[in-house]
Design a protein around this ligand. Sequence first.
Ligand code: IVH
Length: 687
Amino acid sequence: MKGYVARSRTTYNPRVMPAVARDVEKKIESLRYKIRHHEYLYYVLDQPEISDLEFDKLMQQLKEMESQHPELVTPDSPTQRVGGKPREGFVKVPHSSSMLSLDNTYSEEELRAWERRVHELSGRADIDYVCELKLDGMSLALIYEDGKLARGITRGDGSVGEDVTLNVRTVRSVPLSIPAEKLKKAGIPPDFEVRGELLMPIAGFKKMNQERENKGLSLFANPRNATAGTVRQLESRITAERRLDYFSYMLLKNGRTFFDRHWKTLDALQAAGFKVNQARRLVRSIDEAWEFIEQWEAKRESLPYEIDGIVIKVDRTALQDELGFTGKAPRWAIAYKYAARGGITKLENVRWQVGRTGKLTPVAELAPVAIGGTTVRNATLHNMDEIERIGVRIGDWVRVERGGDVIPKVVEVDKDHPRGKEEIEAPQKCPVCGTKVVRTEGEVDYRCVNANCPAKLIGTILHFASRGVMNIDGMGDALVAQLIEKGLVENVADIYSLTKKELLGLDRFADKSAQNIIDEIENSKKLPLERVIYGLGIRMVGERTAQFLAEHFGSMEALEKARVEELEEVNEVGPRIAESIVEFFSIPANRKLVERLREAGLTLTGKKKERGTKLAGKTFVLTGTLVHFTRDEAKRLIEDAGGKVTGSVSKKTDYVVAGADAGSNLDKAREFGIPVIDEKQMQHLAG
Ligand code: IVH
């Protein structure tokens, strides 16, 4: 027996196993089967058939057997959900296809406008939709290989996420393995990807925050933040303790939706043992969807987790493909967001917060109030005009609202309570550097105009390092504050001169964490030109404008030299943005900054997007499922050749590119006598 135990897992061969060992293995497997079944009943269906005590006994038995036979422990064993020791960081992994977000609507009218657009773009009259709860957690991709959980990846920036597999393994509603027959029955191939929402139920969130408060630790603002913080724990044992839950809502194969209908996907996921939210409905019109929305608005408080709205998705995959995407959100789905939830509390004080641009924002300091499972202590008052409009004074009782992602805001004074006495004064000086503040004629905000105000610097550096910009993970408030205080960073270029030794001299930095930051900084140099442009923090240049500028000019050098008229040629750039860019580069310190970024090796050149002219003036409609191109690729091909792609066929359409399963667009094309071509012909025309 001894020799058998000592065998390493890789050389272990079941066929040469002694009979007694085979017996043990069988027993272990049958015990695992039992435990998985009870886990499924408890965590997925919420219908346990045995007591916790009986369950614990089974688990104990399995643990004992596995400890006697460590060579038989497999990663998908239920005992492996307990979590392990701290690790040193997370590996970045690209997604099989972008993890998108959703566009939001806030009224019935907007929702109906979306429906109209879907009808117009698709040219169809009868469309089925699936309604689901919009769970307020974070999206997470699960990769299964041969029916076994291989990787769990966070959304990250949508194209690259972090490998959090060890933590995901601790989530009880995530199957670690699925038997081949079960997958087959559900119609799911052995290798696939599931996407869904990871969340922390409200009860667990409250308990965790209570424990943190007792220990004097900082509190999580809401269950969503707590989920994100928990799944990114370096110590998976902590993740295991916090009991996250996972609902799945997408099934992909090679990055593409697998089934032909979304409704089928949800049923198949459920049949395979995934937790799929029961609150879902297949509807044939927005009227029916609206019923679902109203029904759940009334019932949302009774749910054990937070939702912030309802998601409505076009059911048919072919139609989804036809509708495609705009920016980062699909046209085939929409989120209807419920109105913000509110609470009444006392306004204890107002402080002025200085942002990256020097803008001063009044922040209401409130007596803590629970709103939708979250304790709110601070809320924005926007600006002095808003303070005057609602007529609020310190000491007033106010109504505070919180909606999904946004910062809580003070919306009105509750006049049923005794009124506060102290007027809120407009700021005179910057609370950080003491410089006299300025309010320009016609503007609502007060600004600190001191170019060297440390608050601006903190904001600028945080923006530069943030995920959507240079993605320097780990460079958050605490680190940036220390870097500035120690004089190590005075502008964004200084980040690239930081040394490991300097980082080791800061609080809470050990060899590994310092090296991680250095690696992150190094990696950021590879990010494309548009990120650097966005990172400079030029007034009015957001993410989208930065992208257009990068595509138009193809290099920082060309952008620096551009005149107002040239800038105005760029997509969506008007005179105000153009002037802001010229003004930025007219300041010698800014030019010097760019020079230092160049010397540090950042990517300051990109691909100039020369649009071809072969298809200039030609309008295309894509319909049906294409084989050699994704929708986006086909669109890009046509646009790069100077053509235009629209959603539905009209008399102005020049060509219809039809793939398999093409719908009414094809009928219309025939009706109007518009040439219908296939992918090859499209490529030929564009080439
Ligand atoms: S579908 C392309 N379904 O909402 C489709 N998302 O605001 C994208 N979310 O990033 C996702 N509940 O994290 C979908 N039933 C649901 C959802 C849901 C919550 C989240 C998801 C997404 C975010 C977008």
